[in-house]
Design a protein around this ligand. Sequence first.
Ligand code: PLP
Length: 404
Amino acid sequence: MESDASATPRALATEAVHAGREDLAGLGLHAVPIDLSTTYPSYDSRREAARIDEFAVTGARPDGPPVYARLDNPTTARFETALARLEGTGSAVAFASGMAALTAVLLARASQGLRHVVAVRPLYGCSDHLLTAGLLGTEVTWTDPAGVADAIRPGTGLVMVETPANPTLAEIDIRALAHSCGSVPLLVDSTFATPVLQRPAEHGARIVLHSATKYLGGHGDVMAGVVACDEEFARTLRRIRFATGGVLHPLAGYLLLRGLSTLSVRMKAAAAGAADLAGRLAADPRVARVHYPKLGGAMVAFEVHGDPHQVIAGVRLITPAVSLGSVDSLIQHPASISHRIVAEEDRRSVGVSEQLLRLSVGLEDVDDLWRDLDGALSNHSVRSARKGVHAEDASGRVSPQAVR
Ligand code: PLP
């Protein structure tokens, strides 16, 4: 859905609760209506045929009812409008998952004969796998941000990065990278930042991708993906979504819109807790290294001296589970779970070590979270002491100032 470019710009917190809902009062409604229709009646088949032709050729959202739910859905379209407004792009297109969103982007470029992708590690494990395995007929060149310009060649359709990256939280200067990309579109997976902390399109990224399963939904109960981009690319994505079927269910669209309403306050509160915990972890002798983005955010990664599996086994309040961005805190071991599918040497080359743990900080009281982590780290240090690693060994200690 196109956003209203003529409107006076409003602050993100305001857009988060109003964008995509401006017509509700006029409809006599307060809550967003959920349209569960899979099909839409029409007694005028000629007109319907013209509407189908129009969509097939242009990919523009149909005027009036959608014909069939795979073309469009009014509830999901409200979420798309709101997300585009938050990201500062002309449009956004929602999908059934983050991976469905990335798939549609890759297919869109490949359908234009642009099958080569330049990408920077680390990426989320399955995104890495999709590119490395060439499952969609694409070919990838892995490089670092400095090597992007040289890696681009005729047939390059996309440059892809994550910043902050999953799981190491490494950060990339989006503006500098966009410059290196020249005319090749830069895709930034901004899942970890959300538009509250970073709006990649303002820095030259042409495509912004979110696993909306994470912070946008925010409660661990919606699986979704979304691509924020200009309307021209959105039209291609809608045609691909229609043909390949990776649509978002309208209930999910509703929940995402509701999630957006509190995105700003959730991110700020969770990020305050994460910064606090990053400092405490950095000052702890049982922890070898802490990664926390300069940008801020609610993710913390840390390397322990001993057995990270014992930390996972030791948490009681924090949930040991993959995924992130929920109101409750989650911890996982990337080398075993989120990045398992990436070859070991590729993981290691970008710092996804066996010692690394990834913590998604939620909205719990930070002292309660610390007590849980402290207990889990003691669990870990007791067992690693038995293996000959001293819990009190502070040689790898990182001062809070060195937290990054
Ligand atoms: N991008 C990032 C940064 C992720 O962390 C994930 C999933 O963890 C994805 C994309 C894929 O999203 P989904 O699980 O919604 O398909």
